[in-house]
Design a protein around this ligand. Structure first.
Ligand code: FE2
Length: 168
């Protein structure tokens, strides 16, 4: 099972880099939002969860592979910063940001489903339990965004129409 283990560790590293990217994006987004208090609160709550997820993944990596790749983290953070800045230049950033978050959460869901299957194959029960916990948090966030995109869009359109601050 050497190859399986190599794949597993690589996916685990990717997941950790992904959560580091999520922390950067959620921090930038939640700080900027002013006119959408429910969205701001949900992003802040998920930011706290995501910090916990990154720590748990780091713990697994330290135990299973002797440390994560630093280079990859730097690259992920730069990509996230670029994405954040890109989103801020738009006049509809709250809508664009919500769409990005919805897509990102689904990427995370896919990542943890893959990791759960791999951990199960390898008999890594502790890791599997961690991924299952995290998966539930990602599903909850994705569901919240899924059921709030309608409201966010309508409030944005209404505020924009009345020349109230709409973009964030
Ligand atoms: Fe997430």
């Amino acid at each position: 099972m050497t190859h399986a283990r190599d794949n597993f560790i690589a996916w685990l590293k990717n997941a950790h880099a992904m959560e580091e990217q999520a922390i950067t994006m959620l921090t930038a987004q939640s700080r900027r939002i002013e006119s959408y208090p429910d969205l701001k609160a949900r992003l802040e709550a998920h930011l706290a969860e995501t910090q916990g997820q990154a720590e748990r993944l780091k713990g697994l990596l330290d135990r299973l592979s002797g440390g994560a790749s630093t280079l990859k983290h730097v690259a992920a953070k730069l990509a996230a910063t670029a994405q954040g800045v890109g989103g801020m230049l738009t006049s509809d950033e709250v809508v664009k940001g919500s769409m990005s978050s919805y897509a990102f959460e689904h990427m995370e869901i896919a990542t943890y489903r893959v990791l759960i299957a791999a951990a199960d194959e390898l008999g890594e029960t502790e890791a599997k339990a961690v991924f299952e916990d995290i998966l539930q948090q990602e599903i909850a966030m994705a569901d919240w965004l899924g059921s709030n995109l309608d409201d966010i869009t309508r409030v944005f359109l209404m505020r924009d129409e009345r020349d109230l601050q709409a973009k964030r």
